[in-house]
Design a protein around this ligand. Structure first.
Ligand SMILES: [Zn+2]
Length: 134
Protein backbone atom coordinates (compact mmCIF):
# COMPACT_ATOMS: atom_id res chain seq x y z
CA UNK A 1 0.00 0.00 0.00
CA UNK A 2 1.37 3.36 -1.00
CA UNK A 3 -0.40 5.48 1.59
CA UNK A 4 -2.92 8.22 1.98
CA UNK A 5 -3.20 11.96 2.01
CA UNK A 6 -5.47 13.64 4.57
CA UNK A 7 -8.24 15.59 2.87
CA UNK A 8 -10.32 16.76 5.81
CA UNK A 9 -12.42 15.82 8.80
CA UNK A 10 -16.15 15.81 9.26
CA UNK A 11 -18.96 14.40 11.33
CA UNK A 12 -21.10 13.22 8.42
CA UNK A 13 -19.93 9.63 8.85
CA UNK A 14 -20.42 7.75 12.12
CA UNK A 15 -18.62 4.53 11.30
CA UNK A 16 -14.95 3.90 10.58
CA UNK A 17 -14.66 2.31 7.15
CA UNK A 18 -11.57 0.43 8.27
CA UNK A 19 -12.75 -1.33 11.42
CA UNK A 20 -16.48 -0.56 11.60
CA UNK A 21 -16.28 1.13 15.02
CA UNK A 22 -18.71 3.94 15.77
CA UNK A 23 -16.86 7.25 15.62
CA UNK A 24 -17.65 10.88 16.36
CA UNK A 25 -15.52 12.32 13.60
CA UNK A 26 -14.25 10.82 10.39
CA UNK A 27 -10.94 11.66 8.77
CA UNK A 28 -11.24 11.74 4.98
CA UNK A 29 -8.27 9.95 3.45
CA UNK A 30 -7.45 9.85 -0.25
CA UNK A 31 -5.48 6.76 -1.33
CA UNK A 32 -2.21 7.40 -3.16
CA UNK A 33 -0.64 5.21 -5.79
CA UNK A 34 3.02 4.16 -5.77
CA UNK A 35 3.98 7.48 -7.41
CA UNK A 36 2.11 9.54 -4.84
CA UNK A 37 -0.80 10.46 -7.11
CA UNK A 38 -4.32 10.50 -5.75
CA UNK A 39 -6.04 7.32 -6.78
CA UNK A 40 -9.58 6.09 -6.26
CA UNK A 41 -12.16 7.20 -3.75
CA UNK A 42 -11.83 8.90 -0.41
CA UNK A 43 -12.26 6.62 2.61
CA UNK A 44 -13.47 7.74 6.02
CA UNK A 45 -11.58 6.41 9.02
CA UNK A 46 -11.70 7.19 12.70
CA UNK A 47 -8.69 9.10 14.01
CA UNK A 48 -7.17 5.94 15.52
CA UNK A 49 -7.29 3.94 12.29
CA UNK A 50 -6.23 6.97 10.27
CA UNK A 51 -3.24 7.37 12.58
CA UNK A 52 -2.31 3.71 12.11
CA UNK A 53 -2.71 3.97 8.34
CA UNK A 54 -0.41 7.00 8.29
CA UNK A 55 2.02 5.82 10.96
CA UNK A 56 1.21 8.89 13.09
CA UNK A 57 -0.41 9.70 16.40
CA UNK A 58 -4.12 10.41 16.25
CA UNK A 59 -3.62 13.93 17.68
CA UNK A 60 -1.34 14.75 14.74
CA UNK A 61 -3.89 13.31 12.33
CA UNK A 62 -6.67 15.39 13.90
CA UNK A 63 -4.74 18.64 13.65
CA UNK A 64 -3.64 17.95 10.06
CA UNK A 65 -7.19 17.01 9.13
CA UNK A 66 -8.62 20.18 10.69
CA UNK A 67 -6.11 22.26 8.74
CA UNK A 68 -6.97 20.43 5.50
CA UNK A 69 -10.68 20.90 6.17
CA UNK A 70 -10.25 24.63 6.86
CA UNK A 71 -8.26 25.02 3.66
CA UNK A 72 -10.91 23.16 1.68
CA UNK A 73 -13.64 25.32 3.16
CA UNK A 74 -11.77 28.52 2.30
CA UNK A 75 -11.16 27.24 -1.26
CA UNK A 76 -14.82 26.25 -1.58
CA UNK A 77 -15.99 29.65 -0.42
CA UNK A 78 -13.81 31.31 -3.02
CA UNK A 79 -15.05 28.84 -5.64
CA UNK A 80 -18.68 29.61 -4.84
CA UNK A 81 -17.92 33.30 -5.05
CA UNK A 82 -16.32 32.85 -8.50
CA UNK A 83 -19.32 30.86 -9.71
CA UNK A 84 -21.71 33.55 -8.48
CA UNK A 85 -19.69 36.21 -10.29
CA UNK A 86 -18.86 34.45 -13.55
CA UNK A 87 -21.63 31.97 -14.26
CA UNK A 88 -24.03 34.77 -15.29
CA UNK A 89 -21.61 35.79 -18.07
CA UNK A 90 -20.26 32.32 -18.92
CA UNK A 91 -22.08 32.27 -22.26
CA UNK A 92 -22.13 36.03 -22.63
CA UNK A 93 -20.18 38.25 -24.95
CA UNK A 94 -16.53 39.13 -24.55
CA UNK A 95 -17.62 42.60 -23.55
CA UNK A 96 -19.74 41.24 -20.67
CA UNK A 97 -16.92 39.01 -19.49
CA UNK A 98 -14.51 41.92 -19.64
CA UNK A 99 -16.94 44.06 -17.62
CA UNK A 100 -17.08 41.51 -14.79
CA UNK A 101 -13.50 40.23 -14.90
CA UNK A 102 -11.65 43.49 -15.32
CA UNK A 103 -13.93 46.41 -14.51
CA UNK A 104 -15.91 45.00 -11.58
CA UNK A 105 -13.43 42.60 -10.06
CA UNK A 106 -10.20 44.37 -10.99
CA UNK A 107 -8.41 41.34 -12.37
CA UNK A 108 -5.65 41.72 -14.89
CA UNK A 109 -5.27 39.53 -17.91
CA UNK A 110 -2.04 37.65 -18.25
CA UNK A 111 0.10 38.31 -21.28
CA UNK A 112 -1.60 36.83 -24.33
CA UNK A 113 -4.64 35.60 -22.38
CA UNK A 114 -8.14 36.35 -23.62
CA UNK A 115 -10.85 37.32 -21.17
CA UNK A 116 -12.98 34.37 -22.32
CA UNK A 117 -10.17 32.00 -21.50
CA UNK A 118 -9.52 33.64 -18.13
CA UNK A 119 -13.19 33.36 -17.16
CA UNK A 120 -13.42 29.76 -18.40
CA UNK A 121 -10.32 28.93 -16.38
CA UNK A 122 -11.76 30.38 -13.17
CA UNK A 123 -15.05 28.55 -13.67
CA UNK A 124 -13.24 25.25 -14.33
CA UNK A 125 -11.08 25.70 -11.23
CA UNK A 126 -14.10 26.58 -9.10
CA UNK A 127 -16.08 23.57 -10.32
CA UNK A 128 -13.15 21.20 -9.77
CA UNK A 129 -12.68 22.55 -6.24
CA UNK A 130 -16.32 21.97 -5.35
CA UNK A 131 -16.37 18.55 -7.04
CA UNK A 132 -13.46 17.45 -4.83
CA UNK A 133 -15.59 17.88 -1.72
CA UNK A 134 -14.67 15.48 1.07
ZN1 LIG B 1 -11.33 2.16 12.56
Amino acid sequence: MAGFIIKGINDDTDQCEHCGTRIKRAVALMPLDADGNEEGDVVYYGTTCAGRALGRKSAWVTSQARAAQAKWEADAERAREWLAAYEPVEFGSTREKFRVFVLERHNRLREGESVSRAVAGLLATARATLAARV
